[in-house]
Design a binder for this molecule. Structure first.
Ligand code: SF4
Ligand code: SF4
Length: 216
């Protein structure tokens, strides 16, 4: 019987976070990246299941992935589905000593029994991504759409480039934008949820009135 870990802060997950984690589960095999002595290290890992307190995956205690997470329990996850909707997130993980996470993972992903039959499954440990922030980027819409999200107490920066009050309304940036998401006004405005974050507007603005998007 799977038991949830309640030893951490109660998670409130908004709809975008739920959508993002569900999408990663649907894609299932996604990139998990860690830091290995300051160098990036990535591999494909299956998302075992998602609940309203985060995302769960497994790895074996013998793997370098396991040791890297023990040394630095933070992770970056990235995946894209066939409709060109991608999710990226960075977050923090905790190890689940309770074997019930392994058992639940095998129940929901029975192919795992072929790799780790019987009791051999317990070389694996469950890992819970309990706090994170990220972005859903939908390239299937025109213009593409971004939604940022956070859960488990993380905070995320807004997406998209911004125009400041220094704008003189010359209109040059609007001409440069490849997806036409800049609107006229006394101060021009960027629809940040649809900004490609390409930087074309910033490069042409004569008065440096455009600020780049912040990272997550
Ligand atoms: Fe405003 Fe700069 Fe755009 Fe001109 S190019 S409209 S000054 S933001
Ligand atoms: Fe348009 Fe690119 Fe500027 Fe975004 S960063 S408003 S997509 S030109």
């Amino acid at each position: 019987m799977y038991r949830r870990d309640t030893s951490f802060e109660e998670v409130v997950m908004d709809k975008t976070s739920q959508k993002a984690l569900s999408l990663l589960r649907e894609i299932k095999s996604v990139t998990f990246s860690t830091s290995n002595d300051g160098k990036p290290s990535a591999r494909i890992i299956d998302v075992m299941f998602v609940e309203d307190d985060g995302l769960y995956f497994l790895t074996a205690r013998g793997k370098s992935f396991y040791r890297q997470l023990k040394a630095n329990p933070s992770i970056a996850v990235c995946g894209m589905n066939e409709q060109y909707v991608s999710v990226r997130l960075v977050g923090d993980v905790m190890f689940c000593e309770d074997r019930s996470v392994v058992d639940k993972s095998f129940d929901l992903n029975p192919i795992m029994n072929e790799l780790y039959p019987g009791e051999k499954r317990y070389i694996l440990e469950g890992i819970h991504l309990y706090r994170g922030k990220g972005e859903v980027f939908d390239l299937s819409t025109e213009p593409p759409a971004r939604e940022r999200f956070s859960f488990g107490g993380a905070t995320v920066n807004p997406c998209g480039y911004r125009i400041t009050d220094e704008c003189t309304a010359c209109g040059i940036c609007k001409e440069a934008c490849p997806v036409n998401v800049i609107t006229e006004g006394d101060v021009y405005r960027i629809d940040q949820a649809h900004c490609l974050e390409c930087g074309s507007c910033l490069e042409v603005c004569p008065v440096d009135a455009i600020e780049p998007a912040e990272g997550l």
